[in-house]
Design a protein around this ligand. Structure first.
Ligand SMILES: [Zn+2]
Length: 202
């Protein structure tokens, strides 16, 4: 059976590592790259190199930032410093931004508490969160974690840690899919859930 030349197979194998790309699509993409008349594949290769070289977690909130600067959200003076939204990963900021109702700032934990996977409080950016609440003095911390057991445990743990800091700790109202991550909620549902918040542990 004949196959594509090794360099094209290598390209297809690389593309296949992208989420949602199967073997056949990877092959079609590789061939599209080969057949391109303009220089966009070279530009794409440059963009990949630049993004990987320049983008790192924001030193304050953990969202994606360029170079040594804080992320765009932390640098935006119009964001409301009175509300801090805690999410699992930088990816979770995007659906909340898309929902378009939250104007506060964020804090990415880098995961959630999970005894099974050996993830304890010191493995997450919880200490940094407590420091921010002390320094920035928000009136409210919104725990926008997944609604699975680990997300719940993490929310309750953090609410406990924040108890002495006289800050209101809330979570988005029910209506988020149970056991689901923020990613799967549609923007309208997520927006409504964020507008109607409930106290954690109340
Ligand atoms: Zn930031």
């Amino acid at each position: 059976m004949s196959d594509l030349p090794p360099s094209v197979r290598r390209l297809a194998d690389g593309l296949r590592r992208l989420p949602g790309i199967g073997a056949r699509n990877a092959q079609r993409m590789a061939i599209a790259v080969l057949r391109a008349r303009e220089g966009w594949p070279e530009e794409l290769a440059d963009a990949i190199r630049a993004a990987r070289g320049n983008v790192r977690p924001c030193g304050r909130c953990g969202f994606f930032a360029e170079g040594d600067a804080l992320c765009e959200i932390c640098r935006d003076p119009k964001r409301d410093g009175a509300v801090l939204c805690v999410v699992e990963t930088a990816n979770d900021v995007l659906p909340i931004e898309r929902a378009g109702v939250f104007r506060g700032r964020y804090h990415c934990l880098g995961g959630k508490l999970s005894p099974i996977h050996n993830v304890g409080p010191d493995d997450l950016a919880i200490g940094a969160l407590l420091g921010r609440v002390r320094d920035e003095g928000p009136a409210e911390v919104v725990m926008a974690l997944g609604t699975d057991v680990e997300g719940e445990t993490t929310s309750l743990y953090i609410a406990q840690q924040l108890r002495s800091l006289s800050v209101r700790v809330t979570r988005p109202a029910m209506g988020l899919p149970m056991g689901g991550s923020l990613d799967v909620a549609d923007a309208l549902t997520l927006g409504r859930a964020l507008q109607h918040r409930q106290d954690v542990g109340a």
